[in-house]
Ligand binder design. Structure first.
Ligand code: ADP
Ligand code: DP6
Length: 344
């Protein structure tokens, strides 16, 4: 039986945010969300199930991970083991082409890639919708990274129908300029931040009401390919999410002075007639939604304040897929993947 697979998943940035769970065990969200999958930021993950491994082994960016990180992976792989009715442990090697835990959605690409690789390695043949419900159990935003383009995660009513679908392939001159203000791991994780907000912020009920309206409006804008409306809704929705955190106890914010500098540059560009809009997640980085054809102009404006290594231009990304042999060979795992095997 082929028991290993290597899968790529791209990160996604939410335009209508997921911020809060109604069920923490099953990762059921308080509201539906909608994202854009990104081409340039992704995770490649290899999974190999081996009968004679004594436990799961997890390498991230060539570094063996400790107990806490490995346990997260193990709990996630248990879902797949249960489905396959196997007890075999796995060796997991993952490479992030995105800063880890810095608000650039590494957990989204991470768990979508791991889900895709486990599905293939165990030959479960789960369809993409079902696979997105599995990815969800690793990290909510991973639900959406199974697909490319604009993706909606419907909040659903149960664990089985809270999945994502592709809304549009985003092939109409859509892009993002990412301002990586700070690539360091954040102090308040998205998981902790959204929990605190749900439990303590008086602004939270207003957030869920607004998000429910925003998702309807943004889907209308996408259907009409109305970029300006798309951007306006995106920017406003992100701001509303960040507003909820200021009302939490204790209050918190992911913004840094450089975040505001980036936002001001975007506002100035709009005044000059270039449609571009900001969104931010659980971190200080600013993502500028724009026409891909205008991304270089926007980058040039941002260069007045940020060095080139902090600016990433990306177009829409694709859904998950297996890596080709050439792509696999770019990693150090090549030798072990192809020759050494993964047995103890
Ligand atoms: P981010 O903004 O990067 O999504 P989160 O705090 O939401 O930050 O998620 C980061 C966490 O996701 C990490 O601490 C780790 O547990 C997990 N993670 C990141 N990359 C990987 C990976 N390639 N494979 C497995 N888990 C990963
Ligand atoms: C602000 O998906 O990282 O990026 O489900 O607890 O793993 P968990 O949280 P995560 O939260 C993402 C929050 C966000 C908005 C979004 O991506 O929709």
């Amino acid at each position: 039986m082929q028991n290993k697979a290597c899968v790529r998943a791209h990160t996604n940035i939410a335009l209508i945010k997921y911020w809060g769970k109604r069920d923490e065990t099953y990762f059921l969200p308080m509201n539906s969300s909608l994202s854009l999958t990104l081409d340039k930021l992704y995770t490649d993950t290899m999974v190999s199930f081996e009968e004679d491994l004594a436990g799961d082994v997890f390498y991230l960016n060539d570094e063996l991970q400790g107990e806490k990180e490995t346990q997260k992976i193990s709990a996630f792989l248990d879902l797949f083991r249960k489905e396959k009715k196997t007890t075999a442990f796995a060796r997991v090697e993952s490479h992030n082409h995105v800063p880890t835990a810095a608000g650039l959605a590494s957990s989204a690409s991470a768990f979508a890639a791991l889900a895709g690789a486990a599905n293939r390695a165990l030959q479960l043949h789960l369809d993409p919708q079902t696979l997105s419900t599995f990815a969800r159990r690793g990290s909510g935003s991973a639900t959406r990274s199974i697909y490319g383009g604009f993706v909606e995660w419907d909040m659903g009513t149960t664990s089985d129908d809270s999945f994502a679908i592709e809304v549009d392939d985003a092939s109409w001159d859509i892009g993002m300029v990412i301002v990586a203000v700070n690539k360091k791991a954040k102090e308040v994780s998205s998981r902790e931040g959204m929990k605190r907000t749900v439990e303590t912020s008086p602004f939270y009920p207003a957030w869920t009401q607004a998000a429910k309206k925003d998702i309807v409006s943004i889907k209308e804008a996408i259907a009409k390919k109305d970029f300006i409306r798309l951007g306006e809704i995106t920017e406003a929705n992100g701001m509303k999410m960040h507003g909820t955190m200021l009302g939490a106890e204790p209050p918190f914010s992911y913004w840094e002075p450089d975040s505001i500098r980036a936002i001001n540059i975007v506002k100035q560009l709009r005044k000059e007639g270039i449609p571009c809009y900001v969104t931010m997640d659980a971190g200080p980085n600013v993502k500028v939604l724009c026409r891909l054809s205008q991304a270089e102009t926007i980058k040039t404006a941002l260069l007045s304040c940020f060095s080139a290594d902090k600016l990433i231009i990306t177009g829409p990304g694709a859904g998950i897929r297996e890596l080709t042999a050439t792509e696999r060979s770019e990693y150090q795992w090549n030798e072990s993947f192809e020759v050494k095997g993964w047995k103890k």
